[in-house]
Design a protein around this ligand. Sequence first.
Ligand code: ACM
Length: 263
Amino acid sequence: MTEIRIAAIQTHPEFGQVESNVDTALAAVPPECDLAVLPELFNTGYQFINRAEAGELAEDPADGFTARRLRVFAADCAVHLVAGIAERDGDRIFNSALLVRPDGSWEIYRKIHLFWDEKIIFDPGDLGFPVFPACGTTVGLMICFDWIFPEAMRTLTLRGAHIVCHPANLLLPYCYDAMITRCLENRIYAVTANRIGSEHRTETALTFNGLSQIVSPLGERLAAVDDQACGVIEAVVDPGATRQDLTPRNNLQSDRRPEFYDL
Ligand code: ACM
């Protein structure tokens, strides 16, 4: 496998300003990267006041405005993109992540673990934790709060992921350090693209904590945004360096003893 140049784009979306949010995020994608990860709900903003409002801003990934912009950009710039959008599928609305390839093909992941008021806005994801071919390797997708369930990243690992793309709108402070362990215990890379800023569209004010990062299979922070600014981080990663033995007698996949786990 060849090395892959990955970027995480940390943005400050303005609620409901889909066109300018998409413009700003895509303008930040470094020209030479192979895979760029954008935050959760990067085009709409996060705090919908109700399900109807989310329905108005949600898109069909086959032909919605944002999906089309991502596909054109991916083709023009020969880059793979992963980005969080509100997805409409008939009457259902999902908090989803779209993977778009330069050849125009695309995949979708629907957030399994909904956080707080997301439970009254979105339908829970129904597609499991799929992995997809991209950039000559296998990537897995999860969204924000999924990180706190070790089963999410473990499932992606067991299904063959080398890189987990993690669009986020993080509110709790724990993910930044916890992802070190997630990567180490699975021996794969993770790319968390978070947003910054605040939204106060309901009775609850929300402040997103930035701290986007790219973490290695050894739990090393390869790149991180260390302040509350919009920014881009990049790292060159080697998918061949994932899933390696921890010692000459230990491999974290083959050493598992699932017959003793209550899962
Ligand atoms: C979150 O899952 N957006 C906190």
